[in-house]
Design a protein around this ligand. Structure first.
Ligand code: SAM
Ligand code: DTB
Ligand code: SF4
Length: 338
């Protein structure tokens, strides 16, 4: 390692120690790449130490997803089963009826889930469709669960309406680095995404924002994605890290899978940069064995999607997750933060 790298590493160790309690939003790319370059055990140790300072290391927050409007999306996200521009075999569906949402939320609650996330394949909601989603949010809150929605881009007044409806979290991912972004999506800009996150933060709704790994990006892109997330004016409350679920008919189907250790390293770096945020081991768990998922928890992941469906693709069955959580001596987080 060069002298320069060594000196960055030493300074970084000091900063991590000194600033354990002060959340930094000024990470530079050399610092982040230096973390990625650490020996695996050193990186995991550092991430796990910070994790323990900020969270119960044996608790996992669980959320369940429901697709409330599926397919026929006008955007061209090249990973997505729901883009009208991708020739996938997905059946499109209109907005789900309220009673179906209530049934799914009750089932999730009965299996110990505390947060219910509803996703719609929209570029952005219309004001009228937002009325319907607001009814869903109210109904899920009445059941006694936290709510999260992901509906695409929002303007400030829409974010405000969601806040008034009592929404707890809004999910809007940056997906990848600003430099790689144009390879993946062309129908909306990186700045559009940052603007939506800003509107959500300004409305006082908790932000859930992360990205997807394994789309052919470089390590620098992964570092830049985390830099963008960590340097937002406030860290996202929740940071989903998705491993690309390859879907037949999408341009990214068949791409080389990301090396598992690189995925785990990215989780660890996310934990170090955003020590008080929930880091969610999100899509892609079906392809991961239990040992890999355990290493992700050790690296600081403390949240998962629970239930056999994500939005349109499979997730591990509940029983499998229950056995894994039990084997690891972990527990599902019980308390509602709101
Ligand atoms: N349409 C809205 C939007 O894009 O903002 C909300 C739903 S969209 C499905 C939510 C996120 O799911 C995307 O931003 C992306 O990060 C993730 N996602 C979608 N398809 C995926 C896939 N095949 N593998 C991994 N993550 C995926
Ligand atoms: C997120 O980061 N991952 C979730 C949630 N936010 C909305 C979605 C994953 C979707 C995986 C592919 C699918 O099931 O369609
Ligand atoms: Fe549409 Fe969201 Fe899929 Fe992009 S990720 S195609 S915006 S549903």
């Amino acid at each position: 390692m060069s002298l320069l790298r060594n000196s960055i590493k030493n300074q970084l160790n000091e900063k991590i120690k000194i600033e354990a309690d002060a959340l930094r939003t000024n990470w530079n790319i050399e610092e982040i790449e230096t973390l990625f370059d650490l020996p695996f055990s050193d990186l995991i140790y550092q991430a796990q130490s910070l994790h323990r300072q900020n969270f119960d290391p044996n608790a996992v927050q669980i959320s369940t997803l429901l697709s409330i409007k599926t397919g026929a999306c006008p955007e061209d996200c090249s990973y997505c089963s729901q883009s009208a521009q991708n020739d996938t075999s997905l059946e499109r569906e209109k907005l789900l009826a309220l009673d179906k949402v209530i049934t799914a939320a009750k089932e999730a609650k009965d299996s110990g889930v505390t947060r219910f996330c509803m996703g719609a394949a929209w570029r952005n909601p219309t004001d009228k469709s937002l009325d319907n989603v607001i009814d869903m949010i109210s109904a899920v809150k009445d059941i006694g669960m936290e709510t999260c929605v992901t509906l695409g881009m929002l303007n400030q007044s829409q974010a405000q309406r969601l806040k008034e409806a009592g929404l707890n979290y809004y999910n809007h991912n940056l997906d990848t680095s600003p430099e790689f972004y144009g390879e993946v999506i062309t129908t909306r800009t990186y700045q559009d995404r940052l603007d939506t996150i800003q509107h959500v933060q300004a409305a006082g709704i908790n932000v859930c924002s992360g990205g997807i790994l394994g789309m052919g990006e470089t390590r620098r892109d992964r570092a830049r994605l985390l830099q963008e997330l960590a340097n937002l004016s406030q860290h996202p409350d929740s940071v989903p890290i998705n491993d690309l679920v390859q879907v037949k008919g999408t341009p990214l189907d068949g791409i080389d899978r990301l090396d598992s250790f690189e995925f785990i390293r990215t989780i660890a770096v996310a934990r170090i940069l955003m020590p008080k945020s929930y880091v969610r081991l999100s899509a892609g768990r079906v392809e991961m064995n239990d040992e890999m998922q355990s290493l992700c928890f050790l690296a600081g992941a403390n949240s998962i999607f629970y239930g056999e469906r994500l939005l349109t693709t499979d997730n591990p069955v509940e029983n499998h997750d229950d056995v894994l959580i039990e084997k690891l001596g972990m527990k599902k987080e019980k308390s509602l933060s709101h």
